[in-house]
Design a protein around this ligand. Structure first.
Ligand SMILES: [Zn+2]
Length: 378
């Protein structure tokens, strides 16, 4: 059913087009033409203008053919990490790698090639299917910017598959929500040798705050980290200002809220303890913070119709299917936040974000076959 040669050629074509985040212009033009050839109506949204990328997200719509059902969404991203210029895909023993000096870009071009091959197969074999929407985002690798700037009212689907994780026969149905948190601690400046009594060290407040903080793996659903710290001016000046950046993630939005508040409270308590009278005036160090909701939770129930659909498709192909949770956020989180119940499907890519990245034709063919079975049943 799957044409391995056509699939390999498609992947090679995609891999050869450099598409680092923000510079997706060339691949976007290629994809518009390719999806139009497949009979899709293709619209580019305005996300590119908003985030300063060469292209917006592509929204491709295929009408139903011979089957009436609710629409289903397939999602992939067209950008890659760097080094991405001049990718030369090398095929050896059925496995694609780069020539060694760039990434391969199988993340996420393996997923794009699999979708294209599945749509080719549907058309070639005149397999009836319901309406299909394909979203190809930009700037996924730099903070899910394309997905975050997508207008969800343009999509009709209420269920979807994002093709964007390593492994095959693997479905991710849960991923945490995350907050990015930046802190600023303001103490009081003074000469460290001549008048230390007149200073309040922001560095010391930061240290005491972190020391009392629950970080790392907080519980089985929650993690937290302080990842950057900077501040102070000179070794003989009691530091007035320290800036810190951290994050918290949890599979439970309530726990995320609690952990975020806990981190703020630790700094506030340390600051309150450092307050004192200087020259007869009470000086209270300040803590400022900013919370940015990075991505919402993804929690598709294990017994959902969507997972049942994928399991049924895998069973027909006699492929084992592993369903589990992941620790990071992706476009699928954003889509779930838009009310589109979305799981992530493994694309066969390995060693992503390195120059050792690879993907086998056999694995891509397996995923494409699974997609065909999903789409004909969707
Ligand atoms: Zn990816």
């Amino acid at each position: 059913m799957i044409n391995r040669e056509r699939l390999a050629t498609e992947f090679k074509n995609l891999a050869q087009i450099a598409s680092p985040s923000y510079r997706e212009g060339d691949i976007s033009r290629y994809l518009i033409r390719r999806f139009q050839e497949l009979g899709a109506e293709v619209v580019m949204d305005e996300a590119g203008t908003r985030i300063g990328a060469q292209s917006g997200n592509l929204l491709c719509t295929l009408s139903a053919r011979g089957r009436s059902s609710e629409p289903i969404l397939l999602s992939v991203h067209m950008d890659t990490v760097e080094p991405a210029e001049g990718v030369q895909p090398v095929l050896r023993d059925g496995i694609f790698t780069s020539a060694g000096d760039t990434v391969l870009g199988a993340d996420d071009k393996a997923g794009i090639a699999e979708i294209i091959e599945a749509l080719e197969a549907l058309r070639e074999q005149q397999i009836p299917h319901g309406p299909i929407e394909v979203v190809i985002t930009v700037c996924e690798e730099v903070g899910l910017l394309g997905a975050k700037n997508l207008d969800p009212t343009r999509l009709r689907s209420r269920r979807g598959l994002a093709l964007d994780t390593s492994g095959v026969d693997l479905v991710i149905h849960q991923a945490p929500c995350a907050n990015k948190i930046s802190f600023e601690i303001l103490g009081r400046e003074s000469h460290a040798g001549i008048a230390p009594e007149k200073g309040i060290s922001a560095v010391q407040i930061a240290a005491k705050g972190i020391a009392r903080m629950r970080l790392g793996r907080v519980d089985e659903e929650t993690t937290a980290n302080i990842g950057r710290i900077s501040g102070g001016q000179a070794i003989n000046i009691i530091p007035k200002r320290v800036q810190l950046e951290g994050e918290a993630r949890s599979h439970d939005p309530e726990k995320l809220r609690q952990q975020t508040e806990h981190m703020i409270a630790c700094f506030r308590e340390a600051a309150a303890e450092a307050a004192g009278e200087i020259d007869g005036v009470l000086v209270e160090p300040q803590v400022r913070w900013e919370i940015v909701a990075d991505y919402p939770v993804m929690k598709v129930p294990r017994d959902s119709a969507l997972l049942g659909l994928i399991e049924e498709a895998a069973a027909v192909l006699e492929r084992p299917l592993e369903v589990r949770a992941a620790g990071g956020g992706s476009d699928a989180n954003i889509l779930n936040g838009y009310g589109i119940e979305t799981v992530i499907l493994g694309t066969g890519m390995t060693d992503v974000h390195t120059t050792d990245e690879s993907v086998s034709i056999e694995d891509m063919a397996g995923v494409a076959a699974l997609l065909v079975e999903v789409l004909r049943r969707a």
